[in-house]
Structures are given as C-alpha cells and as structure tokens.
Design a protein around this ligand. Structure first.
Ligand code: PEP
Length: 293
C-alpha cells in the first residue's frame, strides 16, 4: 500500500465515529472483517486462568500449602484473571489463605435456585455475600455425572449474572462427537440459548473443554484448539455481533499444564485456560506467570 492510501485511511478513521467504523467493518466480507477484528483486538483481551480443584485436595494442610505456593506467583493483574475454584468446604479457607494476592476463589457449581429449601445447593446470593465473585457453569462432569442439562446451564447463567458474578461457561464435545465431525455443532448447541442472554461480556467467559481431553493427559493440539475456538468466536459473532465476538474471552481446558501452556496460548483465539489436575500442583504458578507477564 502506498503512502497516499495509508494517509487516506488515517484521515477517514480520524473523521469517523466509532459507530461509522463498526458499520463499515460489518459491511465487509467475512474474511476481511475477521482480519480487521483480529488486528484491532490482537493482544487486547485479558487472559483468564481458572484452577478447578474438583473434590481435591484431601486435607486442609494441602489447601494451605497450595495457596502458600500460589501466593508466590509474580503476575500482572491487568494481564490475567486468576481464579481457584475450590471444593465448597474448602472455599472460605482458600480465600483466607490467598488473602489479597490477586487470586480469586470461585464456586464450582452455582445453584439455579435461590436461598431456602434447596438441600445441597450453593445459591448466588450466599456466594456473593461471602465474597465469591466467580463460578463455573456446565462443567462436563456436572453434565455427564449429575444430569445437568443445557436448560439448567441457562437458568444458572441468568441467576449468576443477575447476582453480578463472573462466569466460566463450560462447553465441549465428547470423543465420539469429535470423531463424528460434530464438534462445532455440539459447541453451538451448548451456547445457542445462553449467548443472547449475556448481559456483561466482561463477566462471561467461555471455557472450551473437549471432554476427551479432560483428566486424560490427551491435550488437544494447538491447531485443534485454535480452529475450534475460532469457530466458537464466529458463532458468537453470528448470534451477538462482531463487537461481542471480539470481546469474549475463550479458555481452553483439557490436560492443560505448564508443559503446553506456551504453545496453546500463542494462538489468537485462546485467552487462557481452565485447568484441573495441573492446578493441584505448586507448578501451576508457572501457568499463571506465563499468562500474566
Ligand atoms: C477440568 O476439569 O476442567 C479440566 C480441564 O481438567 P484437566 O486439566 O485435569 O484435564
């Protein structure tokens, strides 16, 4: 491009309002639009890493020593959100142990119902009152082991958002679905009803977790994760517009670890991780530090 053309662009951009520019980009063919959105948003989404402790570790002593290790992490809180989703019985202690080091504690399974006669549930109001700002919704273990439906995830999204919580909304395909070429279809079906209900895109994170990679040691290749996450972002664009698609953060989850964090996170549509097993080791710090430098 010659100097004249680039001068023309900068003059046009200076003269245009943000709405004019959004309209001009929206009118371009998809491939051109994607290039412009990628150029404008490159490196601008804040990373987010969640540690999903599930029903671990075994003892309070282990909770304290993990938290002590994580407190040593050197990271820039403007570059990464760090959230440990502890087991409910450990959550308050983990929060106390982490103190003000910049690491939040989240709830693994927020309730779709409120306070009252709902045995075994963790309602949003109570979680918020106790200072928990984040929750997981729709983790594959909730879906496969406890019968959580897509409708349930939508109900949970509504109440969690209404209470002001930030959400890691988990989706992903099984091995049979991937092998049957249904990956994108499954992800779309798990997001379809949720996306139009999102009210705050800073507080809504999509955790793409292929079920075949969770807890198996079989991590998706960077190419697989990037391609799938790009398709998820395209679906957000179709449903909610290019601005929301450019903004939404998409984590990868499934045997992520300090060994693969660098190759995976180098991809433009991978904005962080949801981590199970590797978040139960002091070396989780390396993942936090990689994303937060
Ligand atoms: C998870 O449970 O969300 C998860 C990704 O687990 P792991 O990292 O152990 O595969």
């Amino acid at each position: 491009m010659g100097a004249g053309a680039s001068t023309g662009i900068s003059e046009a951009v200076t003269a245009a309002s943000a709405a004019d520019m959004a309209a001009a980009v929206a009118a371009l063919p998809d491939a051109e639009k994607a290039k412009i959105i990628a150029a404008l948003t490159a490196g601008k989404r804040k990373n987010v890493i969640g540690g999903n402790w599930k029903c671990n570790p075994a003892s309070m002593a282990d909770v304290k020593s993990l938290c002590a290790a994580f407190k040593e992490a050197k990271f820039d809180t403007s570059k990464v959100d760090v959230v440990i989703c502890a087991c409910n019985v450990h959550a308050v202690a983990a929060k106390e142990a982490l103190g003000d080091c910049g690491i939040e504690v989240g709830i693994q399974n927020i309730s779709k119902t409120g306070m009252g006669a709902f045995t075994g549930e963790v309602p949003v109001a109570m979680a918020v009152d106790m200072g928990f700002k984040w929750c997981l919704i729709g983790h594959s273990e909730r879906r496969s082991l406890y019968g959580e439906t897509t409708d349930d995830t939508v109900e949970k999204l509504k109440v969690a958002q209404a209470g002001g919580m930030s959400i890691m909304f988990c989706i992903g395909e099984s091995l049979a679905e991937r092998e049957g070429g249904k990956t994108d279809e499954v992800n779309k079906s798990q997001l379809d009803a949720a996306l139009p209900l999102v009210t705050d895109w800073d507080k809504f994170v999509i955790a793409y977790e292929p079920v075949w990679a969770i807890g198996t040691g079989k991590v998706a290749t960077p190419e697989q994760a990037q391609e799938t996450q790009r398709n998820i972002r395209k679906f957000v664009e179709e449903k909610c517009g290019a601005d929301k698609a450019a903004k939404v953060r998409i984590q990868y989850g499934g045997s992520a670890s300090p060994d693969n964090v660098e190759n995976l996170s180098a991809n433009p549509d991978i904005d962080g991780f949801l981590v199970g097993g590797a978040s139960l080791k002091p070396t989780f710090v390396k993942m936090i530090e990689h994303l937060g430098k």
